[in-house]
Design a binder for this molecule. Structure first.
Ligand SMILES: Nc1nc2c(c(=O)[nH]1)N=C([C@H](O)[C@@H](O)CO)CN2
Length: 119
């Protein structure tokens, strides 16, 4: 399985359980692994045979600018499903980190992985 990775992607979004936390955008940090449908682009050297990681990052920034979530879990699920469905990836792993939320911690968050359901 060939994987595209996106490391320490900083994104602005409205996120948090208490209402006051979602009033202003905060920076979250994403680490994402995206399985490619096949390894064709390794032979063809053609961007149309792979998942364009620039397009993925732009799409993530777009959706997280529009959406608001209470839980990091729900945000992580949303991004996984978007990548599976819009980019035809068979498998995605994402780490969502909120930096500087609790004293004494650098960051906290979740790691989830999802595969595309087959019939
Ligand atoms: N499992 C989770 N626990 C908590 C979350 C979360 O998203 N998932 N969020 C919060 C608050 O938003 C906190 O980060 C700031 O008040 C608390 N626990």
């Amino acid at each position: 399985m060939d994987i595209i990775f996106l490391s320490e992607v900083k994104v602005q979004t409205h996120l948090g359980v208490p209402d006051w936390e979602r009033l202003t955008a905060q920076t979250i940090v994403l680490d994402i692994e995206i399985a490619m449908p096949d390894s064709g682009s390794c032979q063809t050297d053609d961007i149309t045979d792979t998942i364009d990681y620039g397009v993925v990052v732009a799409r993530i920034r777009e959706t997280l600018a529009e959406r608001s979530f209470k839980l990091v879990e729900a945000l992580a699920e949303h991004i996984c499903q978007l990548i599976l469905q819009e980019f035809n990836s068979p498998w995605v792993k994402i780490k969502v980190a909120k930096p500087g939320i609790l004293p004494g911690l650098k960051a906290l968050g979740v790691v989830i992985e999802r595969g595309r359901k087959t019939d």
